[in-house]
Design a protein. Structure first.
Length: 176
């Protein structure tokens, strides 16, 4: 056994990435205060080839040195848009035919392992503020809330970790 070199990994170029098929998922970042988290989510979005990221509210947006530290160039491959108001982003996505889900712990959430997306559906996933989560005022606008099962003493995952978990599970279920 040996560790693979960068050339052994056979990764596609940025140009090939832009032209390649994407997972039919848009990540919505609502008031994610840490630029490092935003950068980590860009990097994860690149790895799973998501369709794009919508950055909303106070969330840092490229170009930003702290995003660049963790994104490692993913801001150049992953398409992104900025919306001052997350509700505007959600309404835009719904008008474009997306099913919108908040990643949040609520009384009527769907546990991630139980979630069965329709194979041809386009999904948007809202990830909220690191402390306060997704704004409750958005719940009437979304198609549901997804919750990641947890078994320890803590009440939540880091937002960038949550994005990785959810995208991994969706990549399996969408056969991407």
């Amino acid at each position: 056994m040996k560790k693979l070199s960068m050339s052994d990994l056979n990764r596609i170029s940025k140009e090939e990435f832009k032209c390649s098929g994407k997972m039919p998922v848009i990540i919505v970042l609502d008031d994610v205060r840490s630029a490092y988290n935003v950068g980590s989510i860009f990097r994860t979005a690149d790895a799973f080839r998501v369709s794009g990221i919508y950055i909303c509210g106070i969330s840092a947006r490229p170009p930003h040195k702290d995003i660049s530290k963790t994104a490692l160039g993913a801001t150049e491959s992953v398409e992104w848009k900025y919306f001052q108001d997350v509700q505007e982003a959600v309404m835009f996505l719904k008008d474009e035919g997306y099913k919108v889900f908040a990643i949040e712990q609520v009384d009527e959430s769907i546990s991630l392992e139980q979630f069965r997306p329709e194979k041809e559906s386009k999904l948007a996933l809202i990830f909220g503020h690191e402390v306060f989560g997704v704004k409750e005022g958005l719940f009437p606008l979304v198609d549901g809330c997804l919750e990641i099962p947890q078994f320890g003493t803590k009440h939540s995952f880091n937002v960038a970790i949550s994005a990785g978990i959810v995208l991994w599970e969706l990549s399996r279920k969408l056969d991407f």
